[in-house]
Design a protein around this ligand. Structure first.
Ligand code: ZN
Ligand code: ZN
Length: 265
């Protein structure tokens, strides 16, 4: 059993397999064997976890062979990173009403691997502007990162599930870095981050266009714009309007950075 399977298999988990429902009775961490029993249950379970991305820095060993002349310049960077997931519990949720009726704590080993990430800094002034509008900056960053994840497969041969983003957790109020970051979910990385880097400004613009033209009306967006099927936090804590402000702000910051550099201003 790969350690990433903790997301689905842990003591007390309701596990669906080929249309059947099983209750995980025990998980032996030393042998990595889960003991399950078929069960007819009126509830399902959802893990509570968070994933931290630590950017290690240094250039990637195999930079992408994309002639940058064809692309807009960008301040986005691609680096090695360490991805660490902590599973700290799970919810029991009634089928039908989707109401949480129990929260259980778990103690499982952290799951960690090295990979690659591509990211861009979000200037402090944008955070301030978002907060002034009384919008949630974390939810905006989360939504903007998802929007980017959703557009990557339009440019690069991959699935949006090959990449992950930093996903805001409703139970976690720790500091999150002011950046839009996508990381490779394959341990070791398969080179997507390096391919994404030179395209970053185009991805930001396309994501912004989708967000501003998508006709869904709620802050939580829809799978066409800011929701992601591979979200580790079940698409909670999303804000479409804050994401629009962040994407616009980062694109403007990129434009003025390169105008200054070329002496236009
Ligand atoms: Zn939408
Ligand atoms: Zn997410």
């Amino acid at each position: 059993m790969p350690r990433a399977a903790y997301r689905e298999v842990y003591e007390g988990a309701v596990y669906m397999h080929q249309g059947r429902t099983y209750l995980v009775k025990a998980l032996d961490l030393s042998t990595k064997i889960a003991y399950c029993q078929e069960a007819d249950l009126k509830y399902y379970t959802k893990t509570r976890d968070y994933t931290d991305i630590h950017v290690i820095g240094g250039d990637l060993a195999y930079p992408a062979k994309v002639p940058e002349i064809h692309h807009l310049k960008t301040t986005a960077q691609a680096h090695n990173c360490k991805v660490t997931t902590n599973w700290f519990g799970f919810y029991r949720i009634w089928r039908g009403s989707n109401q949480i009726f129990d929260a259980v704590d778990l103690s499982l080993p952290k799951y960690s691997y090295e990979s690659q990430a591509v990211w861009i800094r979000v200037p402090q002034s944008i955070k301030t502007a978002v907060l002034l509008q009384k919008l949630c900056f974390r939810a905006g960053l989360h939504a903007a990162s998802h929007a980017l994840l959703n557009v990557v497969p339009m440019y690069i041969m991959c699935n949006s599930s090959d990449l992950g983003s930093e996903c805001a957790n409703p139970h976690d109020t720790r500091y999150i870095p002011e950046r839009i970051l996508l990381y490779d979910r394959h341990p070791g990385g398969i080179g997507i981050s390096a391919q994404v880097r030179p395209l970053f400004r185009e991805l930001l613009s396309t994501a912004l266009e989708i967000l501003t033209t998508c006709c869904c009306s709620s802050d939580a967006g829809c799978p066409n714009c800011i929701q992601s099927l591979s979200c580790g936090e079940y698409n909670e804590v999303l804000d479409k309007n804050a994401a629009i402000m962040i994407l616009k702000g980062v694109i403007d910051a990129e434009t003025s950075h390169f105008e200054m550099e070329s002496g236009v201003l």
